[in-house]
Structures are given as C-alpha cells and as structure tokens.
Design a protein around this ligand. Sequence first.
Ligand SMILES: NC(=O)C1=CN([C@@H]2O[C@H](COP(=O)(O)OP(=O)(O)OC[C@H]3O[C@@H](n4cnc5c(N)ncnc54)[C@H](O)[C@@H]3O)[C@@H](O)[C@H]2O)[C@@H](O)CC1
Ligand SMILES: Nc1ncnc2c1ncn2[C@@H]1O[C@H](COP(=O)(O)OP(=O)(O)O)[C@@H](O)[C@H]1O
Ligand SMILES: [K+]
Length: 472
Amino acid sequence: MGIVCTVQDVQQLEREWASDHDGSTWGLMVAASQSFVARFQADFAGRRVLVVAGNGNNGGDGFYIAKLLLEQDVKVSVATPLGLPPDNIDAFRACQEYQAAGGQMDEHLESAEADLLVDALFGVGLNRPLSGKALVTVTRINRLNLPVYAVDIPSGLHAQTGVCQPVAVHACATHTFIAYKPGQLTAAGPALCGELTLDSLGIQSTSSWRYARAFEPCLPARQGATHKAEHGNLHVVGGLKNMAGAAIITATSALNAGAGRVFLHCHELGHAAALARAPELMTRDVQRLLEEPPEGTYVIGPGMGMSSLAMQLWQVLLPKAKGVMDADALRLLAAQPVPVSGWVLTPHESEAAALLGVTSADIKADRLDSAQELASKYQTTVVLKGAGTIVATTEDIRFCYAGAPEMSTPGMGDCLAGIIGSLIAQGLLPEQAAVAGVNWHAHLGAKLARRQRIVLASDIIPLLKQIPDLAD
Ligand SMILES: NC(=O)C1=CN([C@@H]2O[C@H](COP(=O)(O)OP(=O)(O)OC[C@H]3O[C@@H](n4cnc5c(N)ncnc54)[C@H](O)[C@@H]3O)[C@@H](O)[C@H]2O)[C@@H](O)CC1
Ligand SMILES: Nc1ncnc2c1ncn2[C@@H]1O[C@H](COP(=O)(O)OP(=O)(O)O)[C@@H](O)[C@H]1O
Ligand SMILES: [K+]
C-alpha cells in the first residue's frame, strides 16, 4: 500500500524538509533525480535519451537526470521548448550543472534523434490549462511515438483530479516522489502514467489516504470443520420484469465469491434462467420480501427498475437490512436522499451525478471530491466506479486497482456488486469488502484484458472460484 497525498500536502512536506536542511530543497532534487535514474537504468542503458525539460523544478529534475545520465555515458540531450528556468529556483542550478558537465541543449525537440523520451515538462506545479507552446509541446511529445518515461507525473495531467489539461503526455512509466498524487490513480491518470512507481525520498507523510491494490489477504477461506451456514446468507433483490440478467450476474458472482447461501429474489420469469446458469442458487418470489425480509446481507438494485414494486421493496429494505445498493436502488435513493449508514453505495458516474444532484461532467471533473461528498452526504461507504475506482468513507479514501478499459461492458457493475455483497456476507467490514472486492474484480478484468478485446462479467465470474494467481 502506498501513501497518497494532495499536491498541497506534498508541497508542505517539501517546505518542512527544506526547513530542516538550511532552507534549501536542492538535496531533494538531487535525490529525486538519482532515484529516477536508478529506477530506469536498465531501460536507458545503450539508448539515446531525449529529456524534455520545462522551466520549473520538474524541468530541474530533468536537467539533473540528464547530468547523471551523461556521467554514466548514456547518450542524452535536453530540449527546452519553454526556455530556461529563472535563477531563483533549484532548476537553474540543475541546468548549470548539466551544462558544466558538457550537456547539450536545443529549443526544438524534433531536432534530437532519440530512442526514448524523459518527460520533465511539468510536474505538480501545473496550475492552469495548457496553451501556446506548452500545448504544442505536449502534443508533439505524443506524436513522436517514443516510449515516454515521466518524471513525477505525465505533463498536462492534473495531479489532483486526473483530468487532462486539456491534453497530457502518454507515458509508459512514471516515477513519482514523496507520495502518490490522486490524479495519478483515477480518471485519465492510470492510463497515462503507465507503470507507476513511488520513492518517498525518506519523507514521511501523515496522510491516511492509501493506494491499495492487494485483495488476496482479505478473501475468506474455507477451513476445518466448517458449514456453509458460517459463510453468510446473501440476498440479491432485483431482476424485475424483463431485467433478470443483471440480478443473475450479481447472484452468480456472489456465489462464486464464496457466500454460504445465495438467494435470488427476482421476477419468476428469471427463475429458470438463473437455475440453468447456477443450480446452486435459491430463487424466491420477490413479492414475499415485502412481508418480512429474511436475515442476511442484501444487494439491492441490479435490474430492479423504478416501478412501484421496486420502490416498495427499497422502502421496506432500507431500514431493515444492510449490504450493497447498486444500479436502480441508487436512482431510488437519489429521488429521496437520506443517510444510509451501513449500506455500501456503488455508483458509476451517472448514478453518482443523480445522487449529488449534479451532472456527470461535474463528477468527471473531480472524482475524488465527488466520492468524498457522496460519503459525507449519505454517511456511508461509497465506491465511485470507473477508471481508477475510489472507495470513500466519511473518514478516509482508498484508491483501487485501475482495472482495464476492456471492462467497460454491460453487467460488469452487477458482478462487482455481487462480489462486494458476498464479502460482506462472509464477515468483512463494508469498507474492507468494498476495497477488496474492487481490487479483486479489477485484477481479474485486467488479467483477462491482456488477451481479450472485450471482458464480460461472464468471463470474470468463473475465475472468482479459483485461487488468485497474483503472478499474472
Ligand atoms: N520543490 C521541491 O522541493 C522539489 C520539486 N521536485 C520537482 O519539481 C516539480 C514541481 O516543480 P514546480 O513547483 O517548479 O512546478 P513545475 O515544474 O511542475 O511547473 C511550474 C512552472 O510551470 C508554470 N506553469 C504552470 N502551469 C502552466 C501551464 N499550463 N502552461 C505553462 N506554464 C505553466 C509555472 O508558472 C511554473 O513556472 C515536482 O513535480 C518534481 O518533479 C523534485 O525535484 C523534488 C523536490
Ligand atoms: N475504463 C475503465 N477502466 C477500468 N474499469 C472500468 C472502466 N470502465 C468500467 N470499469 C469497471 O467496470 C464496471 C462497470 O460498472 P457499471 O458501469 O455499473 O456497469 P453495469 O451498469 O453495466 O453493470 C465498474 O466496476 C467499473 O469500475
Ligand atoms: K513530467
């Protein structure tokens, strides 16, 4: 698990470091550059490296990295499309040291022959949308079609939101310093950063936000003289008229994720289809839930629709049960917003927009802020799905395994809701179940995406039964 900090917190940590080191951050620039070169030593050896340096301290890292590469006899040149750094920042000294070591510079990046590119144009200091030369440079970097290694963050990516400003460098790898930044872990961040690594440079942050990819230690195992009753009852409520598929996906996912018994409360038209798919399921007439909901964990919403029956079910279950609210249950909640402590909410961006009474564009513009607002408004654990899923509670934030774009297929969210519900039924706390469930689901999706164009929920469901293979 890695620590995640806001940009402001990282900048504050840098200031504190400086106050312990004669007021200077020069030592940090040296350490960051050394760490970057060590991280990519094998990739750079014997190759021609083009460093694109901006005129801030991210560019400073670039100059110092170029100096270190020169000292290792790597062929390196620096492009300075935005001009040279001013003489009052560390980058100026880095530039001077590079020149003193015999380094060459050119304003134009096309003029250098290179095998790979180091992106040191902008780091966390990007504070406005790109325009003019900066915009042209980022576009040119991408057009060169070289492998790009980003220093701290791909240039043009907003370090807090993960939104391109309006374009950003597409890196194959990014080495970041001090702490992960939210924008690397959500929205466009995961795809643009490529393989992301962190060096804290020995600086400790008190942030409780984490980038958590592990899930395997949380998966409950069957051990010793156990009985299915000890692994929880999971009730899936949904699949009303003509929408059985969603609830069947949720129920079969929950079953394969290990819940002791899975009951599917859906329209009777779905019963035969569900049993044909998984005879281990127990199908129930959904109307009977209105009388007295049985004990257990609930996943309500997949394929539930917004009919008056759906509304009645939601109203009966809301105060009496706990578990996961997904899909149409979230739309019903959005229509009558109340705190739902104890329920995990699993909205995608459009459902999140309805829950907050804003537009999907508002959610896209700041996924982290939206996730926090949802947790606070509904006083519960929220899984904001999509590229770079965020799990927010009223206290904390977890950034999850980013999954893969090949997972953007119908039914994928129903599968996730079943997994999370199943883990809660097996005894995990809601937040633990949400994080482990998202990471497990995304790990399997990403694994399949390495050999499939499209990943369906039905591809993931059988893999849930297997012992996770973390090597691939
Ligand atoms: N300050 C420190 O203590 C350290 C900084 N480090 C590096 O320094 C980076 C941060 O450096 P800075 O704070 O100087 O910021 P950057 O180098 O990221 O960029 C700041 C410069 O870009 C300009 N700028 C911002 N947005 C722009 C836009 N849209 N178009 C054109 N110009 C724009 C700013 O006016 C400023 O001149 C980090 O990402 C990291 O790479 C590391 O060396 C570690 C230590
Ligand atoms: N581009 C993407 N990258 C990573 N994961 C994605 C991406 N698009 C979708 N997903 C994941 O796939 C699932 C889709 O859920 P959802 O939109 O609710 O689908 P549905 O409503 O059809 O079930 C979520 O877990 C989401 O995080
Ligand atoms: K950069």
